[in-house]
Design a protein around this ligand. Structure first.
Ligand code: ACO
Length: 320
């Protein structure tokens, strides 16, 4: 029996920081509005492409795992903001780290990294792959219309990556659940694609649109449902969870989620204050930050869950 274990992790957040007070200098908003409603104090804004942040995060993850890019069997890159649609940017990262393996992007929005972890685990457990790199990377500032305060304050840029390796030692990814609810696909979107008339597209307002209150409710429903399913599947109880590392879209969503699941709030890892919502990158960045703080100990159980456009949802249970 093969287990899929995280052996390396790394992140990249661009150096430029935009605080809530900075935003208030050019739009009608304030720290007093943003912070209590979202938990966000600042976000990082990238001057480089998504693939460049992804490459830096990947190099850190490879170094932490003590392996070379040439040893990888697969690269899965989760993003909704690739620098190019064709070729995929997993291939850009692959070229940058000297890998010779399968490489592809996935777009499951904010759930993308956990979708990637699930796919990587399946590859390892089937014996097809021994070492897989999973990256979540976003340059969401590309989509931001700075005249729309409802969305502009929420998002940020960054990347995180993990190396997943086959192991004989029980642990690693114990289980995962992935889902998508197409009925809600219109409530969160950034319209861009081949269905758009290209003549219209040239003059189109291209920005993230969403129904915040509806997303709030559905995010809690989606994440709690899949979390309960994955716990059940693994034969564990909520009391067995040492840490919850959820997608960081809004601190109030996380508070409501753990309250609904009857998990003590101090078990939820929250770092949204520093980064805002970096979509597919929030969870790998949070894993890096939680480890850097020395919070996660060997043998502990970690529940990670996410929710995003699609409407995707995902939950992964890990034994560290
Ligand atoms: N600064 C100041 N005022 C603002 C801002 C802002 N940045 N944005 C909106 N307002 C105003 C609105 O114009 C409105 O004013 P009005 O009452 O005079 O009309 C008022 O604040 C309330 O606006 P709402 O949109 O009703 O605010 P709400 O309390 O719903 O909070 C929020 C908005 C934080 C986005 C919330 O809906 C939410 O957290 N939603 C879930 C998270 C989310 O949607 N994230 C998007 C990505 S999805 C994902 O990652 C899964």
């Amino acid at each position: 029996m093969q287990y899929a274990t995280i052996t390396g992790w790394g992140k990249c957040v661009p150096p430029a920081i935009l605080t809530n007070d900075d935003l208030a200098t050019f739009m009608d908003t304030s720290d007093e509005w943003i912070k209590p409603r979202t938990g966000i104090s600042q976000r990082h804004i990238s001057h480089v492409d998504t693939s460049e942040m992804a490459t830096v995060a990947a190099k850190h993850a490879l170094a932490a795992a003590g392996i070379d890019g040439s040893e990888l069997d697969m690269i899965i890159l989760a993003t909704a903001s690739p620098d190019t649609l064709i070729p995929n940017i997993a291939s850009t990262v692959q070229a940058n780290i000297g890998a010779n393996c399968a490489a592809f992007d996935i777009n499951a929005a904010c759930s993308g990294f956990l979708y990637g972890l699930g796919l990587a685990t399946a590859q390892i457990k089937s014996g097809q792959c021994q070492k897989v790199l999973v990256v979540g990377a976003e340059r969401l500032s590309f989509y931001i219309d700075w005249s729309r305060r409802e969305t502009a304050v929420l998002f940020g840029d960054g990347a995180g990556a993990v190396v997943l390796e086959a192991s004989d030692i029980p642990g690693g990814v114990l289980g995962y659940e992935l889902n998508n609810d197409p009925e809600g696909r219109e409530i969160l979107k950034a319209s861009f694609g081949t269905s758009m008339d290209r003549y219209v597209a040239e003059s189109l307002d291209f920005y993230i649109q969403f129904e915040g209150k509806e997303i709030f409710k559905r995010a809690i429903h989606g994440m709690s449902t899949l979390s309960a399913k994955v716990l059940d599947k693994c034969g564990l109880d909520k009391d067995d969870i040492d840490w919850v590392i959820p997608h960081q879209a809004n601190e109030r969503i996380i508070d409501t989620l753990v309250h609904k699941m009857k998990i003590p709030p101090e078990k939820a890892f929250v770092n949204i204050a520093n980064y805002g919502n970096t979509s597919a990158a929030t969870i790998p960045i949070a894993i890096c930050d939680a480890l850097a703080k020395g919070m996660i100990q060997p043998g502990q159980h970690i529940l990670s869950c996410a929710f995003g456009a699609g409407l995707t949802s995902a939950a992964v249970l890990l034994k560290w």
